[in-house]
Design a protein around this ligand. Structure first.
Ligand SMILES: [Fe+2]
Length: 329
């Protein structure tokens, strides 16, 4: 693993590492016909991101979460994406529900290889602590450039994601200029710029030390569609003694790896109460929101939590009926 160790050393020294396609192919052991084309084709049907506070129509995405315990990686139940407003002044502060990443991506060898590589690289640097569990988020993004304007990969500007580590992997660019990735230190001094041009070109970074941002894209040929597809992967340690909102396991999806957290901390009924509390918190936030767009975001989040509470209630009620039926046998 000489190549990986060199990258880990660069991460330790600089807080980031830019890894070109040819090295990523080697690190992920991607041979010809490894399914890359099928993997990348999944960026064709990303739904529109309807949570943009700037009302932009240029971003499409899907979202998935995973738990990592040692060498074990398990997909978590679908849940909202949340960033505090201190990390994302434009879209933070609300729970954003995106459509889930499909199994063709979430369960692919490329994703598993990338997550394993992240574990090795960030584990080697000490950013991932071996005895602590990780919460991992996977974001499929497509940024589109309209014929008369720009598309913005990071409309929030230079930022941290609010995690421990992250990487941005290029999937595809079609008929666009721009999208220069800037890497800066905590004080905003630019340390490097790079344009991810080839599929699999990747930037790894220590999100605790590094700020990042990507410049706007424009169509090269204004008469042809233009887009930029990336996969963003982030990770942070989780505190298993208390359930953060992002870590609540949901009805019917508790994986063996996550179930102990659920069992220790929360009964089914208290899970329902938690969902209801979240719904009422979102409704309260909707009442206080001054911007119509943000009010709608809170109202939609409240409706989603209500549906989840109802679903969990139905499951609980059914389990009571089942137990009673069994007792009569
Ligand atoms: Fe980011």
């Amino acid at each position: 693993m000489q190549l990986a160790d060199n990258i880990a050393a660069e991460l330790t020294r600089s807080g980031f590492a830019i890894v070109p396609r040819r090295h990523m192919v080697e690190l992920l052991s991607l041979a010809e016909g490894s399914g890359w084309q099928n993997f990348a084709a999944n960026w064709k049907d990303l739904p529109l991101d309807t949570f943009m506070a700037d009302c932009g129509q240029y971003r499409r995405r899907r979202f998935a979460t995973f738990g990592m315990q040692g060498s074990r990686i398990v997909r978590k139940p679908h849940q909202p994406h949340f960033q505090g407003r201190s990390f994302n002044r434009l879209n933070g502060g609300v729970e954003r529900w995106f459509e889930p990443v499909g199994s063709e991506v979430a369960e692919s060898a490329v994703t598993f290889g990338l997550l394993s590589l992240c574990r090795y690289l960030f584990g080697s640097t000490g950013i991932i602590e071996p005895m602590r569990d990780q919460h991992i988020e996977l974001h499929q993004f497509r940024i589109e450039a309209s014929s008369d304007g720009e598309g913005y990969p990071t409309p929030e500007g230079m930022h941290r994601d609010g995690v421990d580590w992250a990487c941005i992997t290029m999937i595809d660019r079609n008929n666009v200029d721009g999208a220069e990735t800037r890497i800066a230190d905590e004080r905003g001094r630019v340390l490097a710029t790079v344009t991810l041009a080839e599929p699999l070109d990747t930037v790894f970074f220590d999100d605790r030390r590094i700020r990042h941002g990507v410049s706007a894209i424009h169509r090269t040929d204004p008469d042809q569609a233009g887009w930029r597809d990336v996969l963003v992967t982030t990770g942070r340690h989780v505190t298993t003694s208390s359930l953060a909102s992002n870590d609540v396991p949901l009805r019917g999806h508790e994986s063996p790896a996550i179930r102990p957290v659920f069992s220790r901390n929360m009964s089914r009924m208290s899970l329902i109460d938690t969902y209801r509390e979240k719904a009422s918190g979102e409704r309260a936030a909707a009442k206080e929101a001054s911007l119509p767009n943000r009010r709608q975001v809170h109202e939609r989040a409240a409706a989603t939590w209500d549906r989840m509470a109802q679903s969990a209630q139905d499951t609980f009620d059914q389990s009571v009926v089942n137990a009673a039926a069994k007792a009569r046998l």
